[in-house]
Design a protein around this ligand. Sequence first.
Ligand code: ATP
Ligand code: MG
Length: 572
Amino acid sequence: MRWSQTYIPTLREKQSDAELISHQLLIRAGYIRKLAAGVYVYLPLMQRVIEKFSNIVREEMNKAGALEITMSVLCPAELWQASGRYETVGKELMRLKDRHDHAMLLCPTHEETVTHLLAGELKSYKQLPLNLYQIQVKFRDEIRPRFGLMRGREFIMKDAYTFDVDEASFNRSYQAMVDAYFAIFKRAGLDVIKVESDTGTMGGKEAHEFMFLVDTEAGEEIILTTKDGSYAANVEKADFRDLAEIKTDSEMKEMRTVDTPGAATIEEVTAFLGVDPTRLVKTLICMADGKPVAALVRGDRDLNEVKLKNALSASELEMASPEQIEECTGAPVGFAGPVGLKDVPIIVDPLVTKLRNFVVGANANEKHIVNVNIDRDFKATRIVDITLARAGDAPPVGDGVMIAKRGIEVGNTFMLGTKYSESLGAKFLDAEGKEHPCIMGSYGIGITRTPQAVLEKYHDRKGIIWPSSIAPYLVELIPLNVQQEAQVQPAEAIYKTLTEAGIEVLYDDRPERAGVKFNDADLIGMPIRITIGDKSLKEGKIELKARCEETVELVPLKEILAKVRKMAERLK
Ligand code: ATP
Ligand code: MG
């Protein structure tokens, strides 16, 4: 491709609305342009990256026995009402009405569509197992679209769905996808780890996320893992064993209300009363589907909102506003407590049940209650793990302590069980003619997120350094001065030779200064650069350089094809 015939609008200036380096680079190097929050146009170079990565995904999916289809973006609301997700997914779901006033939606994922498809078609166990996938656009009205292609409102996903007759068969299908995922990310230049994750509104039993570990802000997910990786989980999901040594009193003491003037935070209250934070119990008022609940965790720990949401089977959970807290407890923020709290379910973490004579808020301004004991002074509506695990906790099984890492979720796999096949009727007849719902799995990969995640790692001060597997072009060819026929001639010849040999070349045929061309080349990041300049040309040579290396190799014109091939092999 000749630069003069494509469209690569590179920019010199730093982009103020792009926080991540990968996002900066995509805009500055002319890969994407923003249309609205979380909505982007993919320019020619990005289009090629997407194609390259999609093809890797396709090859590995096909190898694993999956079949490519394309499902519609639009979906009638009835299917989502049948699965229950029309209500549970909330505002992220893009809803619309057609001209007949019929409720429709833009699919954020396709479990309903694919299950409905098979519900009308599946008859016998002989048709299974089945794995259907697509690479297609998705819509989610994300609460915080940000970081460019990392979290868009319109984005591309590979989504696959498996249908099996029994658990054993399902496990094979699931493992085939896990293996394919490791192969896919490796080919794209990413080392990923597989971690346990929350199933969220997807439902089902278990789920895993494929995380690319980074130490930048791009890592939106926190992962807790043992050093040897024997346990790894998203913090939202992580189980743990608490290692804190808690001193408990042998006897229950008399409960007392005390004044705590000016002390509302944990630090202030513990300092004022002279007790350890582990002797305090935090009462957090949350709104679960619009109704208040009180969540009790030990003073030195934090609430895991996902665990609480799951425990309550709530669709939406948020921390109560100061007004809601005041309405529910009768006191300003900082003084909520379980004693005397009326008409509010009290969810208590098991770590709290181990304490005796603890401190809580008194539901009155600047007052706390000391020597509080569960059962004697208040009743737990439920006792369930709602504590956020943290670095330094022990893993649920095994030795050692967990460490925290940051990751970008590039893919995930869900064990769906029969949630969708039951509700949407994807059933089959076994050999005896008995009907069963299929056991399903669903598997996503971010087709636009992953290449941007790659850039968080593959870049330097000057710009992008693509791994050759997903680079738009393998080679960028630069004659330094296109006014000189002596340079243009070999450039054209090399362009022809390489292109005919099946090597993808971006030929910078612009009448620009050498400096501009070099800067652009470093910015857009093709893996191999060929430079044609007067000096080396006098000796019948041209310059060959890998973007990821400093050294420049002088190569006789005639050997260029062989040398490029060799370098490409080395860079793989
Ligand atoms: P996240 O926790 O990051 O919101 P998710 O759990 O909602 O992701 P899935 O619904 O399983 O993700 O989607 C499958 C894959 O699609 C994700 O692993 C991710 O790579 C990609 N993806 C999800 N949401 C977005 C988005 N808003 N923008 C770009 N890619 C996304
Ligand atoms: Mg999401």
